[in-house]
Design a binder for this molecule. Structure first.
Ligand code: FE2
Ligand code: FE2
Length: 160
C-alpha cells in the first residue's frame, strides 16, 4: 500500500505529464499551421508519449492500492516565433520535467518506499534520453540553419 503523501505526489506528476502532452500538441498545431508537417508529426508522437507516461504512473499507483486521478490541467502556451524557438522550449521543458521526477524520487525516498523508487528509476533514465534527444534537435537546427529546415522536417517526420 502506497502512502497518502506519495499518492498525492504521483497524482501531481500525472497532471504534469498531461500538461506536457498538451504543450507538445499545442506545438504540433503551431508547426502544422506553419507548413512543417514533419516537425508537427514528431511533436504529436511526443505528446502521445507524455500521455503514456501519465498512464504508466496511474497504472503503477493502482497496482500499489492507490487511487489515480485526472485533475485540472492548466492552459498551455500557443505561440512561438520559429521552429528553433519551439525546440529550445521542448529542451527547457524536458529539463524541468527531469527536476520534477528527481523531486518525486526524493518523496519516495523520504517515505522509505523502495518499490516506488525502483519504478521511478525508469523515469529518471527516460529523462536522460528526453533531454539528449531535444538537445540534439536544437543543435542540428542551430548548426544547419534555416536552409536545412525542409530537410530536418523530413527527417523528424520519419519518427515511428
Ligand atoms: Fe514524460
Ligand atoms: Fe518528455
Amino acid at each position: 500500500m502506497i502512502s497518502e503523501k506519495l499518492q498525492k505526489a504521483i497524482n501531481e506528476q500525472i497532471t504534469a505529464e498531461m500538461w506536457s502532452a498538451n504543450l507538445y500538441m499545442s506545438m504540433c498545431f503551431y508547426l502544422k499551421g506553419e507548413g512543417f508537417d514533419g516537425f508537427a508529426h514528431w511533436l504529436k508522437k511526443q505528446s502521445e508519449e507524455e500521455l503514456d507516461h501519465a498512464y504508466q504512473l496511474a497504472d503503477y499507483l493502482m497496482k500499489r492500492g492507490g487511487k489515480a486521478m485526472v485533475d485540472k490541467v492548466d492552459v498551455v502556451p500557443t505561440g512561438w516565433g520559429s521552429v528553433l524557438e519551439v525546440f529550445e522550449h521542448v529542451y527547457q521543458h524536458e529539463c524541468h520535467v527531469s527536476e520534477l521526477i528527481d523531486k518525486l524520487v526524493d518523496v519516495a525516498s523520504a517515505e522509505k518506499d523502495k518499490a516506488t523508487q525502483d519504478f521511478l528509476w525508469g523515469f529518471v533514465r527516460e529523462q536522460v534520453e528526453e533531454e539528449a534527444t531535444a538537445q540534439g534537435i536544437v543543435d542540428r537546427l542551430r548548426k544547419m540553419g534555416d536552409g536545412a529546415l525542409c530537410y530536418l522536417d523530413g527527417q523528424l517526420g520519419a519518427r515511428q
